[in-house]
Design a protein around this ligand. Structure first.
Ligand code: ACO
Length: 439
């Protein structure tokens, strides 16, 4: 807190209230309204949290106007170019990038938790083969809490740490099993000699009948994709995890709630939606027609992969991914017409005043779908990959919340606009037009 304050005046009565102001290390100052209701009898209304900080956090900083994303103070481009995903996981969980000894220890801890309980295989068999992979992930990640009873005590720091390691380690295994199940191929066990990303690719794409070589370019591209999606401060799925965790639910259940929230096309489902949209557009000549549709408020069509609640500038993750995209397509010798279409769409949209005035720029999902498709992932798996990567962000934010001594259950208030009190009438006297509300 600072000596700065913010004074609120009730225009009707002239009453004044002085509220404390908090300064972060970066970013806007924050008015502390926690005592507002007790002091004034007023609530505040902010349904989609456009002006509300739901917590204090030391993990991730975003300046949406400048297009800045930092984890623990490290710039995302620096991290993507100079570290591995597991190093970023260490920074998110513990506050700093690891030194040599810490890196070895952390990698060892994660590597030796990669296998899942053998009985989990039966859960997969209960799903239809054509189940959406995110439906399976919601189920099996929630089910982890029924297997790992020894790390469910959220008040024990050691158990919290083991749960965090288990989640980071097992998510790729569960995700790859989801892919294998949908393909009707046998599950591939983790190989602890491989890096985190190489092991994931191996579990996704190898089959027992043939040798599979993980290409270093793809391994690096996978690692970058994981780094770029690792955390993004208080977005919808992270806020879901925090709110689920605020009731003291176990970490596996909390991460399952985050997966459910990530599934939607306005959040993690957007990269799949980008490819669907590019196919729908079909040809460069059709771009103007679709741009007009995106601008028309009566048409539900939106330019997927464009716009962001926080970034009102280029999403810094999109810049990194755009260059990775070229490297991957070159290595694989893929000449994807959808990529040309995407580049042209981006060029035309950025020149269009509608998008410029609203500060709608490509977000990370605009290019990630194209890379993942080139790597061989079916489109339904895209959001699953996002969930694999984001698990460390979710669990780091959950851990930070539990370790905050003053944390309480999350319980938003509301502005009630429904009927006022009314009496229950006998069935045969109820007015079908529901006029009783006006009584
Ligand atoms: N296409 C066309 N118009 C858009 C788009 C878009 N993709 N995004 C926003 N707009 C328009 C809105 O209609 C609105 O116009 P108006 O001021 O004339 O009413 C204006 O831009 C502001 O948009 P909001 O809806 O207020 O932006 P909001 O912050 O609520 O939504 C969101 C952000 C959900 C990401 C939105 O931009 C969108 O739907 N984008 C497409 C989906 C997508 O790519 N999601 C991925 C997000 S990144 C991630 O989760 C990793």
């Amino acid at each position: 807190m600072t000596d700065k304050t913010f004074t609120l005046t009730n225009d009707q009565t002239g009453e004044k209230w002085t509220l404390p102001v908090f300064e972060g290390t970066q970013g806007p100052s924050t008015i502390d309204i926690r005592s507002l209701y007790a002091d004034t009898g007023f609530f505040t209304l902010d349904p989609s949290f456009t002006s509300t900080a739901s917590c204090k956090s030391r993990i991730t900083y975003i300046d949406g106007d400048e297009g800045i994303l930092q984890h623990r103070g490290y710039d995302i481009k620096d991290l993507a170019e100079n570290t591995s995903y597991l190093e970023v996981c260490h920074a998110l969980l513990y506050g700093d990038l690891p030194n040599t000894a810490e890196k070895a220890e952390f990698e060892n801890n994660i590597t030796y938790h990669t296998m899942v309980h053998e009985q989990l295989h039966y859960f997969y068999r209960g799903f239809r083969r054509d189940a959406h992979p995110m439906a399976i992930m919601c189920g099996v990640v929630g089910a982890l809490s029924s297997f790992y009873h020894d790390s469910l005590d959220i008040w024990d720091p050691e158990q919290r740490e083991i749960s965090a390691h288990r989640l980071i380690a097992k998510m790729p295994t569960l995700a790859a099993m989801t892919l294998k199940y949908s393909l009707g191929q046998p599950f591939v066990y983790p190989n602890n000699e491989l890096s985190y990303s190489a092991n994931f690719l191996n579990m996704c794409f190898s089959v027992p009948a043939e040798k599979y070589h993980v290409s270093p370019t793809l391994e690096r591209a996978m690692d970058k994709i994981l780094i770029l999606h690792a955390d993004h401060e208080q977005n919808a799925s992270t806020s879901t995890v925090r709110i689920a965790g605020s009731s003291q639910a176990n970490p596996f259940a909390c991460i399952a709630s985050g997966i459910a929230s990530l599934w939607g096309p306005a959040h993690g489902g957007a990269n799949q939606a980008v490819l669907e949209m590019l196919r729908q557009i079909g040809h460069k000549d059709n771009i103007p027609e679709f741009l007009e549709r995106a601008k028309d408020k009566n048409d539900p069509f939106r330019l997927m992969g464009f716009g962001h609640r926080v970034y009102k500038n280029y999403d810094p993750r999109a810049t990194v991914l755009k260059s990775s995209c070229d490297a991957v397509l070159d290595e694989l010798g893929v000449d994807d017409p959808l990529l040309d279409l995407a580049r042209e769409l981006e060029r035309i949209a950025l020149e269009d005043p509608y998008f410029a005035e609203r500060k709608l720029f490509p977000n990370v999902d605009f290019y990630s779908g194209i890379i993942l498709k080139a790597m061989g992932f079916p489109e339904e798996m895209f959001t699953v990959l996002f969930a694999v990567s984001r698990t460390v962000g979710w669990i780091s934010q959950w851990k930070e919340m539990i370790e905050e001594p003053s944390h309480r259950i999350g319980r938003p208030r509301q502005l009630y606009t429904g009927a006022t009190e009314r009496k229950v009438r006998p069935l045969d006297q109820r007015d079908p037009s529901r006029q009783e509300a006006a009584e």
